[in-house]
Design a protein around this ligand. Structure first.
Ligand SMILES: C[C@H](O)[C@@H](O)[C@@H](O)[C@H](O)C(=O)O
Ligand SMILES: [Mg+2]
Length: 388
């Protein structure tokens, strides 16, 4: 039973000094301090329950996002949680349409990250009040209610509400079995933890052998700063994991389009499943050109961790610009917007492999991807969740 009036919204600037050890480093973010704008929502319901929501940031960026959270807070303060969840599409629309703040978005950048943190906290509170983990709240929700949380504005040319309803109806076949399977075996994952760009070869080797011992079968390596380094590191990791295990590469937006094709062709001998973020996240046609050029080499393009919103995902899908879609629980406008992207990916037949390289993201995306498997895609082919 959803209850209570939102009586308090507070936000904290939480940072971890990960840059000191090169953890999380890549070709563009050489000194990341994993951080979060951490939102806590309280109600007057006197049940002791609070909603916790974050958005992932890097160090100083957190200060700016915290300001934006405070600027948006009035949209939810003093509202009844029941009214919010009964019109979740409306509240999403309200936060993303703030007459003054949308000018510094819209639905992108700092204000959208702040929107995600607030909405993530509301979803957390809703799930807690229902006594369920978020994935189960979503799986148990009837399709009409679920769709009432999504803003279809700007995507109805690619996915109508009726089509989304059909996808969810279809997803109900076999969903109980898939839920049992998830509870028994969990969702497949890959690891990036051995191969951040700032790690020495020795660290890489040591972490890779631990990961192999622990049973990991899919590994992601950072590339893009120096070709000779990439060749050496990819050879090292491929030799250690052998020819059968999966290797992915991540360039974090380092290259121009022709440079991406040329560089990745030189790494093709290491048989990567995908090249992630080869170029600017805004370059839809660039991603399409890279996808086309790399297809004969059997290498797909993955992107999404810095994809602003459902509109860019729509265009990436329409332009055949990606073969692996990486939703982000904190960059998109929370569960509401992620649901629309999961449904579009299903319509276009593209597997979803969430981005989770950051603090708290692994914990959040598992709810979205488990829901996706049980209620939307019903497939584990080419899917995997991130493990940091
Ligand atoms: C700065 C971060 O660690 C990124 O390098 C990370 O999110 C990465 O792109 C990933 O795919 O996990
Ligand atoms: Mg990445």
């Amino acid at each position: 039973m959803v209850r209570g009036r939102i009586s308090r919204l507070s936000v904290r600037d939480v940072r971890f000094p990960t840059s000191l050890g090169g953890h999380g480093s890549d070709a563009m973010h050489t000194d990341p301090d994993y951080s979060a704008a951490y939102v806590i929502i309280e109600t007057d319901a006197e049940d002791g329950l609070k909603g916790y929501g974050i958005t992932f940031t890097l160090g100083k960026g957190t200060e700016v996002v915290v300001c934006a959270v405070n600027a948006l807070a009035h949209h939810v303060l003093n509202k009844n949680l029941r009214d919010i969840v009964n019109d979740f599409r409306g509240i999403y629309r309200q936060l993303t349409s703030d007459g003054q703040l949308r000018w510094i978005g819209p639905e992108k950048g700092v204000v959208h990250l702040a929107t995600a943190a607030i909405l993530n906290a509301l979803w957390d509170l809703w799930a807690k009040q229902e006594g369920k983990p978020l994935w189960k709240l979503l799986v148990d929700m009837d399709p009409k209610t679920l769709l009432s949380c999504i803003d279809f504005r700007y995507i109805s040319d690619a996915l109508t509400e009726e089509e989304a309803y059909e996808i969810l109806q279809k997803g109900q076949a076999g969903n109980k079995e898939r839920e049992v399977q998830m509870l028994a075996h969990g969702y497949p994952a890959y690891t990036t933890s051995c191969a951040w760009l700032g790690y020495s070869d020795n660290t890489l080797k040591q972490l890779c052998s631990v990961a192999l011992r622990d049973g990991w079968t899919r590994f992601k390596v950072k590339v893009g700063a120096d070709l000779q380094d990439d060749i050496r590191r990819c050879r090292l990791i491929r030799d250690m994991i052998g020819p059968e295990k999966t290797l992915m590469m991540d360039a974090n937006q380092r290259w121009d389009v022709p440079e991406a094709v040329e560089w990745v062709s030189k790494l093709a001998e290491f048989k990567p499943l995908w090249i992630e973020e080869p170029t600017s996240p805004d370059d839809i046609l660039g991603h399409a050109a890279i996808s086309k050029a790399l297809a004969p080499l059997g290498i797909g393009v993955a992107t999404g961790e810095q994809c602003h919103n459902r509109v860019i995902f729509k265009q990436l899908l329409q332009a055949n610009a990606l073969q692996f879609l990486q939703i982000d629980s904190c960059r998109l406008g929370s569960v509401n917007e992620n649901l629309s992207v999961l449904l579009m990916a299903q319509k276009f037949g593209i597997p979803v492999c969430p981005h989770a390289g950051g603090v708290g993201l692994c914990e959040l995306v598992q709810h979205l991807i488990i829901f996706d498997y049980i209620s939307v895609s019903a497939s584990l082919t080419n899917s995997s969740c991130f493990q940091d």
